[in-house]
Design a protein around this ligand. Sequence first.
Ligand code: GAR
Length: 204
Amino acid sequence: MSSYRVAVFASGEGTNFQSLVDAAARGELGGASIELLICDKPAAPAVARAEKAGIACHTFRPKEYASREDYERELVALLKQKSIDLIVLAGYMRLLSSVMVDAYAGKIINIHPSLLPAFPGKDAVGQALAYGVKVSGVTVHFVDGGMDTGAIIAQRVVEVHDHATTDTLSAAIQSVERQLYPEVVGRLAQGKIHLDGRKVVSLL
Ligand code: GAR
C-alpha cells in the first residue's frame, strides 16, 4: 500500500484532478498516490477523467440525502476504508460540515482562484474583475468549517490585464493552478508543510 494516499473531491471539469494524476504518473507528487475521486455530480467530466486514468471513483447525489451530514458520514466511512491520508478539494463546490472537517482535521486542502482573503466563495474570477483589481491569483489553503477561511499554504499572483475577461483570466489562473497544486500535494506528502496555529510553515 502506498504510504501517502490521496482522495480528490471535484464537481466539474476536473482539470486540477488531472494535473495531480499526471504529476503522480511522472513521479512528481512526492510519492503520493491518487487513490480515489469523489464527485457530487455523476455526469461531471471529472468522472470520465478518473475512468480514463483507471482511478476509483465514487459519485453521489446530495439531493438523495436528508442532510449534508448524512452523505458526509458515508464519505468518511469510504475514506477510512481506503486509508486516505489527505483530502484534496479541486473544484468541489460544496461547503464541508463538521462531520468531514473534524474527521480529517488538518488533512483537507482546497484551491481557490483568488488571493484570499479577497473574493471568497463562488465566481471569484468574476468578483475580481468586477472589483477592478490589477492582480489576482491562486490560493491553496487548509480547510476549516468556514468558506475559504482556513490557514494559507501557498499563493501565486496572476496579473489582471486591462482587457481581461472571465475567460482569459480564468485560463491564466487555471494554468497556475495546474502547477501549484501538485507542488503543494507533493510537499505535504513529504512532510514538508506544517500547520502552526493559523500559520503554515514550509520546510526547505
Ligand atoms: C478551479 O479554478 C478552482 O480554483 C475553482 O474551481 C475550478 C475547478 O476547475 N474552485 C473554486 O472556485 C472553489 N471555491 P477544475 O474542475 O477544472 O479543477
